[in-house]
Write a protein that binds this ligand. Structure first.
Ligand code: IMP
Ligand code: MG
Length: 184
């Protein structure tokens, strides 16, 4: 794989170690997640809430695989600095404009690592009295030190490597790769 990945003009000559999930595998899995969500939510208003920035490609593909009425919105969360991250300080810097009360909410996340971000967001969103709240993560590293809530939908059980592409970044680069690659 490395020969073809370094030849990828999107990488600016830098090598990625390997492609972990190629475009076809991602498309297949996102299709399956869409089918599962379609089957699990037979009635009631559904809001897919993407956590920016990392989920922007995942959400755009996922919602097109859900065959029922829904709305889409996004949240932006910020955790302040590495020193403060350990205290779990996560704030919503963009709050969804949609009213969450009485709706089924699916919080879509690119990757769950420690689970801290998603846990804090869960508590903030639960205060808005949604009809139900579920987490859908494309990738899950299963290192849930801070995860107090189940991740209902998981795309892939990810290796504990640093992954980029399909929305995931390293210093804001690589988000536009159509595949998911490991940098380590
Ligand atoms: P958590 O709060 O530790 O679960 O962190 C989750 C966030 O960290 C994700 O939304 C990503 O922005 C970032 N992150 C964690 N692991 C990776 C990775 O392997 N590649 C890119 N970003 C990551
Ligand atoms: Mg990031």
């Amino acid at each position: 794989m490395s020969a073809s990945t370094t030849a990828d003009p999107r990488l600016d000559g830098r090598a990625v170690k390997r492609i972990v999930y190629d475009e076809a595998s991602i498309a297949r899995r996102v299709g399956e997640l869409g089918q599962a969500i379609t089957a699990d939510y037979p009635d009631g208003p559904l809001l897919v809430l993407g956590l920016l920035k990392g989920s922007f490609i995942f959400v755009s593909d996922l919602v097109r695989q859900i065959r029922r009425p829904l709305q889409v919105d996004f949240v932006v969360a910020s955790s302040y600095g590495s020193a403060m991250a350990s205290s779990g300080t996560v704030q919503m810097v963009y709050d969804p404009e949609t009213d969450l009360r009485g709706k089924h909410i699916i919080l879509a996340e690119d990757i769950v690592d420690s689970g801290r971000t998603i846990s804090v967001l869960w508590d903030l969103l639960a205060q808005r009295e949604p009809r139900s709240l579920a987490i859908c993560a494309l990738l899950h590293k299963h290192r849930p030190e801070h995860l107090r809530h189940p991740v209902r939908y998981v795309g892939f059980d990810a290796p504990s490597e640093f992954l980029v592409g399909y929305g995931l970044d390293h210093a804001e680069n690589y988000r536009h790769l159509p595949y998911i690659a490991s940098l380590q």
